[in-house]
Design a protein around this ligand. Structure first.
Ligand code: ATP
Ligand code: MG
Length: 430
């Protein structure tokens, strides 16, 4: 171990003032989820590894190489379990829904936010601990709910002031349509085997759809000339897709159809979508989602349809930063200047009442050298960004009062207020 500790590679501390932007994003999301009647779900960060193998799929980047997994030691509560830090939120949400039988009285709309873990190469927009916000609608089969989820994401971009994201939309059809497509896809890749990289060759038979999701630029041509799944859709799948499009059109949500959007697993079907930007380099997908009507049954639940999306918080915040949308933490309304330690008990009592009335007050705290001079306290009051200084001087306390001095608008103006009556004048500070 070095004698100085650092955070684990690819895992970031989120510090003030940047953390204020996270809080702002999270509170905007909470407010919006309430408007769409989505309810919060919180699941453990550790799950049985088998859950992710089943829920994400064995032949995926995540399960093959990105999970943080370990053998828990056995004790009387569990037997040598193989556990993993969650790499995404859907598998856990579905597990909880099945475990607690949440769909017993109909569909549920859920959302979550929190850290996810993937051992990827750290780079801009790609971290080993990153954060997702996800929305899942379980138990609803129709394109109306697919549309609702897309409208929810669009409303979020609007509430955040995020521009420069565009919606790409596709359909994976149903299992039989994918099987017909898959046969031709494998034949196409076999014909061009010389253009496939090692990952693709390995997946050719286990998960050929995933090859379409490659990030290898050398494979662009062979991927672009591949047969398109959307050309294999039957009338029912097309009807679902067109109904979704009609709702988006009526709501003025622009999109482009991307026939190469894929999810490589059998329980994904019909709608797939991504919100992408050109402003974050290779890490351009800020939000991805789709329908997974087969997953609940795959996880041992009674078959029920479901659809959802997840967004990458770091990518959304980075894009907002690019656009100069970076709200700061609110400054305190007032800063308490306490020239004499004897005044501290009375001062803190008053501050408590002001805070209860909703006033943001920063207390002047003593350092190693004590409280410091009146002048140095005032300097700190000014630097805090507060609009007012509250002066708890000996004079004031003798009269049972506090001096309120304006630091910004009308700077210098001052007045006295009675300490016993803080609730009344608290409002004048806000
Ligand atoms: P990508 O193609 O960029 O690897 P993905 O398909 O692995 O993304 P999903 O599993 O669909 O991503 O996760 C949803 C969103 O979470 C992504 O669109 C992205 O915004 C974000 N995300 C995924 N992995 C990371 C990561 N390692 N670091 C930061 N954000 C991530
Ligand atoms: Mg990935």
């Amino acid at each position: 171990m070095p004698d100085k500790f650092t955070a684990v590679k690819g895992m970031n501390d989120i510090l003030p003032p940047q953390s204020a932007r996270w809080e702002w994003l999270e509170s905007t999301v909470r407010e919006l989820m309430a408007r769409f009647a989505y309810r919060n779900i919180r699941t453990p960060i550790l799950e049985h590894t088998a859950l992710f193998v089943r829920g994400i799929g064995e032949v995926t980047d995540i399960v093959e190489k990105e999970m943080y997994s370990f053998h828990d030691r056995s004790d009387k509560y569990g037997d040598n379990d193989h556990l993993s830090l969650r790499p995404e939120g859907t598998a856990s949400a579905v597990r909880a829904v099945v475990e607690h039988n949440l769909l017993y009285d109909g569909g549920k709309r859920l959302y979550y936010m929190g850290p996810m873990f993937r051992r990827e190469r750290p780079q801009r927009g790609r971290y080993r601990q990153f954060h997702q916000i996800g929305a899942e609608a379980l138990g609803f089969p129709g394109p109306d709910v697919d549309a609702e989820l897309i409208l929810l994401a669009a409303a979020l971009w609007q509430a955040l002031g995020l521009t420069d994201v565009r919606l790409e939309l596709g359909s994976l059809g149903q299992a039989d349509e994918r099987a017909a497509h898959r046969a031709q896809l494998v034949a196409h890749f076999q014909q061009h085997a010389d253009q496939l990289d090692e990952d693709a060759r390995r997946r050719l038979h286990s998960n050929p759809l995933r090859i379409l999701d490659t990030k290898n630029p050398a494979m662009r041509e062979v991927v672009e000339s591949a047969p398109r799944l959307m050309d294999f859709l039957g009338p029912q799948s097309l009807a679902h897709f067109n109904a979704l499009r009609a709702i988006l059109d009526a709501s003025g949500i622009a999109y482009t159809i991307n026939p190469r959007l894929v999810r490589g697993l059998d329980y994904y079907n019909l709608t797939v979508f991504e919100f992408v930007t050109d402003r974050l380099g290779a890490q351009g997908t800020v939000c991805a989602g789709g329908r997974y009507d087969g997953l609940i049954a795959q996880m041992g639940g009674k078959p029920a349809p479901a659809v959802g999306w997840a967004l990458g918080v770091e990518r959304v915040l980075e894009l907002l930063g690019e656009q100069g949308r970076a709200p700061a933490a609110p400054a305190p309304h007032a800063y308490a200047v306490v020239p004499d330690a004897a005044a501290m008990p009375q001062a803190l009592h008053t501050l408590q009442q002001l805070r209860a009335a909703g006033v943001r007050v920063q207390m002047h705290a003593a350092g190693a050298e004590g409280l410091g001079s009146f002048k140095s306290q005032f300097k700190k009051a000014d630097a805090s960004g507060a609009a007012h200084a509250l002066i708890f001087g000996a004079d004031e306390l003798a009269a049972g009062e506090v001096t309120i001095k304006a630091l910004r608008d009308g700077a210098g103006a001052q007045r006295r207020e009675p300490l016993g009556d803080a609730i009344r004048w608290a409002i004048t500070l806000k």
